[in-house]
Ligand binder design. Structure first.
Ligand code: AMP
Length: 407
């Protein structure tokens, strides 16, 4: 089977690596660090299956265009991608499906938004309705900050049109779970549970980012939790989409808060999580190309299987990330890290300069280590991280540290 992966980051590198165990893979546009990268647009690539990585082309209708041309596509159309393209719409679908989620209000005008904000006890949660590259959510202990954020979002100053509608939510407490699912329109199967780290700095401080690390499996999430999320949350969501005439074939990422009152859905993404994919796919042991092709064709038959070993992924980012990332720094030690056992260094944002690798974008490399358990995988990943350097390189030192596990 020939598979075309669409996208250019670490997630697409991880997808391509897992798919290439059983398929011929090209990646468009990819990047100079991802084998099989081609510069042709997807419409000009011949493939048996197209796997769309990021949300933006999905929201822009790439899956619909490829399907209209007769291609087999893993990724929802514009209708299903709205789950991520509009948080207000997603919350409506959740309500319709009876999926437990945070209480909320949706606003386009300042006064009612602020009035609703003042009815909540805090901390306060303010989200852009539209896509904001994972950076449109503010969670704060300060009512003043929340008030200023609502004003900045609604005025368009903070996130342009994406913020002219906001969703204000009840704050939920608990550990988070990322459950990446594969959907065939009617049925969803879950991949191994993962957890990600969204804040820039150790101890979950600093600004929100696209993600600074991840690990899988999650020691405190058993098969019972996964089954509950699938049965009470993901399947009812698929049914609600079907009732709206939406045939959802693609990845569905459930971002869940494990509250004292049970799992609650924080959000759906319409693609695999990045960097969760870099921790989940190295553990995937069955035929991923077959699974995604079956989902794209509307009939999942393959059950996902995973290596018993754990994986920990540490993201290496440039100076200034996420606000003002610097590019063009020479990366040292990459070959040394590549050569370590049980290590894969996924290329998220790299470029070639002569015979050197240089940084190109905020998140540059995703270093995944495998080990018999999370602690061993963590040690392997951080050993590899210590081999790599460039001026201003930043990363978290507490990814998958047990301090994050509930006692
Ligand atoms: P989202 O993009 O909606 O997943 O939000 C990004 C991050 O903000 C989540 O991973 C949570 O850490 C946090 N968050 C979002 N919604 C809430 C909420 N209602 N209560 C507490 N934290 C939240």
């Amino acid at each position: 089977m020939k598979v075309c992966v669409i996208g250019s980051g670490g997630r697409e590198h991880a997808l391509a690596a897992a798919l290439s165990r059983t398929a011929d893979v090209v990646v468009t546009p990819g990047n100079p660090g991802i084998p099989g990268s081609v510069s042709r647009p997807p419409e000009e690539v011949e493939a048996d299956l197209f796997v769309i990585g990021p949300e933006t082309p999905l929201v822009d209708g790439l899956a619909d265009r490829l399907r209209a041309a007769g291609d087999l596509v893993f990724g929802p159309g514009v209708d299903g991608a709205r789950l991520e393209g509009s948080k207000a719409w997603m919350k409506e679908v959740l309500r319709e499906a009876g999926v437990p989620t945070a209480a909320y209000g949706t606003f386009t005008d300042l006064e009612p938004a602020l009035a609703f904000l003042r009815t909540l006890p805090g901390p306060w949660v303010v989200k852009t309705d539209g896509l904001a590259a994972g950076k449109g959510v503010l969670v704060t202990d300060s009512l003043d900050s929340a008030t200023a954020d609502v004003a900045a979002k609604l005025s368009g100053a903070a996130f342009g049109d994406a913020g002219r509608r906001v969703v204000i939510e009840e704050w939920l407490d608990g550990p988070e779970l990322s459950l990446l699912c594969v959907c065939d329109g009617r049925r969803a199967v879950a991949l191994a549970p993962a957890q990600d780290f969204k804040r820039l700095s150790d101890g979950d401080t600093g600004p929100n980012t696209g993600g600074m690390g991840a690990y899988s499996p999650v020691p405190f999430v058993g098969p019972d939790v996964v089954a509950e999320v699938l049965e009470r949350m993901v399947q009812p969501t698929l049914a609600a989409l079907t009732a709206r005439g939406i045939d959802y074939r693609g990845a569905l990422y459930a971002g869940i808060m494990l509250t004292a009152a049970g799992p609650k859905m924080l959000e759906y993404n319409v693609r695999f999580g990045d960097p969760e994919a870099q921790a989940v796919f190295p553990r995937y042991s069955s035929d991923l190309a077959a699974l995604l092709a079956e989902a794209a064709a509307g009939c999942i038959g393959t059950e996902p299987q995973f290596d018993d070993r754990a994986a920990v992924t540490v993201v290496l980012a440039t100076e200034g990330y996420p606000l003002d990332p610097r590019s063009g720094d020479v990366i040292e030690g990459l070959e040394k890290a590549d050569a370590l056992p049980d290590v894969t260094v996924f290329r998220a944002g790299v470029a070639r300069r002569g015979d050197q690798w240089v940084t190109a974008g905020g998140r540059v490399l995703d270093v995944t280590g495998l080990g018999t358990d999370v602690a061993a995988a963590r040690a392997t990943a951080y050993d590899a991280v210590s081999a790599i350097s460039w001026p201003g390189m930043q990363y978290r030192t507490d990814i998958a540290d047990t301090v994050h596990f509930p006692s």
